[in-house]
Design a binder for this molecule. Structure first.
Ligand SMILES: NC(=O)c1ccc[n+]([C@@H]2O[C@H](COP(=O)([O-])OP(=O)(O)OC[C@H]3O[C@@H](n4cnc5c(N)ncnc54)[C@H](O)[C@@H]3O)[C@@H](O)[C@H]2O)c1
Length: 411
């Protein structure tokens, strides 16, 4: 008998909740499992915690009875497909921390039914599915479950992106065997416009790391190039625009305060760690990480040099603390390091971000906060930065979103 199309998504965050909604659009019923009780209550009350899923969309799914969130892992027993979408951060040694991934795998294991497909969408180093997730699930699965299918399908979503989403971004799928491949391809073909089948889960896992490392090193290159141009009196953005006129072989990246978010600063370190495990060194990637982490200090230095040097403790306003425009996500935001560098330089620092209500235990100020210089770190939609120019306050624009004119300095 055909099993009902029930998907369990473990982890209801930036990846898991949009995936749940995409599966519902494709005719699936979805159980969202998350171990954070307050988030589960929020979601079940119809309030979406992520920008890419609207309250309306969530409320409609709940009202139709095709979606519910729960903290109870026993619910996965009803699912024919289980996807794992939990965070894969770094530990305090800046090495892969798979604690949450392991706990998600051991959470589902006792309830995985026979013939269920288990997919990891979390980003991790090659071998994570085969060497970590599968042994855990197989060790704790019910005695009645003889056959489980496994695949890796790393999520590539870019939260807040108006053009590319979970559905129209081609999905990489690498499965452990033929049966798993058939099921994984069928599932993703139902919810994505295009699916790219690769030979193993390790290829899919490595491809995801390559994609994000590609961004990291190119951002590092342009961040270093910016410092060279600035020292030589050239506007880097004009240089990037000029180079972009080449119709092939060049892709523009823009400088900024550094790199932030859950992916770009983190995933390449999964790659460097994995390289070390295999007796190799990812020297180039490690250097890119160092260069990007040097940017907050550089930005702080540039901003403080714009202040009249007779002011000992300048007041600096940071505009935009989220790691990118259009979201309230402050994970790994380089603005933390920027604030610390400014404080080390003797500054009094305040921040403003219409998308962020509190940040690291502090509250925002209004744009009319009395300051000596302002740094546009992240350009948030609707942020009326022009009012600072009208008040005669100099702005260091790290986002290339303001027209260069008197009082506005480009990075
Ligand atoms: N956010 C992105 O832009 C993005 C893009 C592509 C891939 N990824 C990857 O996807 C994965 C998930 O990232 P995210 O941004 O959705 O994270 P998130 O923090 O937004 O959401 C993860 C959710 O998982 C829950 N959770 C944690 N441990 C759990 C457990 N053991 N059992 C059940 N629930 C658990 C958390 O409470 C949280 O709600 C990560 O590996 C990340 O690198 C993220």
């Amino acid at each position: 008998m055909q099993r009902p199309q029930i998907l369990a998504v473990v982890g209801q965050g930036y990846v898991g909740l949009p995936l749940a909604m995409a599966a519902i659009d494709a005719g699936w019923s979805v159980i969202g499992v998350d171990n954070f009780e307050a988030k589960v209550s929020q979601i079940n009350s119809g309030s979406s915690p992520v920008e890419d899923v609207s309250d309306l969309q969530l409320q409609s799914a709940i009202a139709k009875g095709v979606y519910r969130a729960t903290t109870d892992f026993t619910a996965v027993a009803d699912a024919s497909v289980i996807t794992i979408c939990v965070p894969t951060p770094l530990d305090n040694k800046r090495e892969p921390d798979l604690t949450l991934l392991r706990s998600a795998a051991s959470g589902i294991a006792p309830y995985v039914s026979n013939e269920t497909l288990v997919v990891s969408e979390s980003t991790s180093y090659p071998g994570t599915l085969r060497d970590i997730i599968i042994p855990i699930v197989n060790s704790f699965k019910p005695a009645t479950t003889s056959s489980i299918y496994f695949a890796s399908a790393p999520e590539r979503v870019n939260p807040g992106d108006p053009n590319w989403n979970q559905k129209n971004t081609p999905r990489l799928v690498g499965a452990v065997d033929e049966g798993s491949k058939i099921r994984a391809l069928a599932f993703y073909e139902a919810i994505c416009d295009a699916v790219v089948s690769v030979s193993t889960p390790e290829v899919a896992e490595a491809a995801k790391l390559l994609e994000n490392t590609f961004r990291l090193v190119n951002i590092a290159l342009v961040n270093e190039f910016t410092q060279l141009c600035s020292a030589g009196g050239i506007n880097v953005h004009e240089v990037i625009d000029a180079a972009s006129s080449k119709p092939y072989g060049f892709m523009p990246f823009r400088p900024g305060v550094g790199v932030g978010g859950h992916c770009i600063p983190v995933d390449p370190l999964y790659l460097t760690w994995w390289a070390h495990q295999n007796g190799s060194n990812a020297t180039f990637v490690e250097l890119a990480d160092v260069i990007n982490h040097g940017m907050p200090k550089y930005v702080a230095h540039r901003a403080l040099s714009m202040v009249d040097q007779i002011i000992n403790n300048p007041k600096v306003l940071i505009m935009g603390v989220a790691y990118k425009s259009g979201v309230g996500d402050v994970r790994e935001t380089p603005v933390s390091e920027l604030r610390d560098c400014l404080k080390t330089g003797g500054a009094e620092v305040a921040w403003h971000d219409p998308f962020v209500t509190t940040w690291e235990g502090t509250n925002p100020v209004d744009l009319d906060w009395d300051c000596d210089v302002a740094i546009l770190a992240t350009m948030q939609p609707g942020m009326k930065v022009d009012q600072l120019i009208q008040r005669g306050i100099k702005i260091l624009d790290c986002t290339n979103s303001m027209t260069v004119r008197e009082g506005v300095y480009s990075l």
